[in-house]
Write a protein that binds this ligand. Sequence first.
Ligand code: SF4
Length: 170
Amino acid sequence: MLYLSLALLLLAFLLFWQSNRQRKAAGLPGGRVIYTDTRGWGKLERPLFHQALGLTGKPDYLIQQNGQIIPVEVKSGRAPESPYDSHIYQLASYCLLVEKTYGKRPAYGILHYDNRDFAIDYTRELESSLLDLLAEMKRDEHRKEVARSHEQASRCARCGFRKICDQSLV
Ligand code: SF4
């Protein structure tokens, strides 16, 4: 029984290590599970807008903390094992909008699920990956059919559109 438990523990560790490695290869930060106190969360009156990028969005909440403004995106339902790429990019776009609007770069944003919160670091790599994605979306916006742009099964595994996507790799 002890051997079985140890083997399972080792397997869990290997899977965790592998998924972390795949995520790093895709250039996205993993989420850090954090505890948050919702009492300091403030609702936003109007969406944020950045003309040059043609980007607009309304985080569910903003938190003022130690001179920073942290965006919060609320997702209904239980948290996935690790946040979906689409949720990370959505939050990253709010971080970008907060920086452009208030002139302060948030160190991270928060994804709030029913049972767990993740802090997503707003790194330079995430920002550059977001800007690439926005440029790609702009290029593709008038096309009816857009082909998958990668060969990363790990990305599809974490994608919120996987169930309806006919190009999913998993
Ligand atoms: S499931 Fe489809 S939309 Fe999602 S990452 Fe894979 S190819 Fe892209």
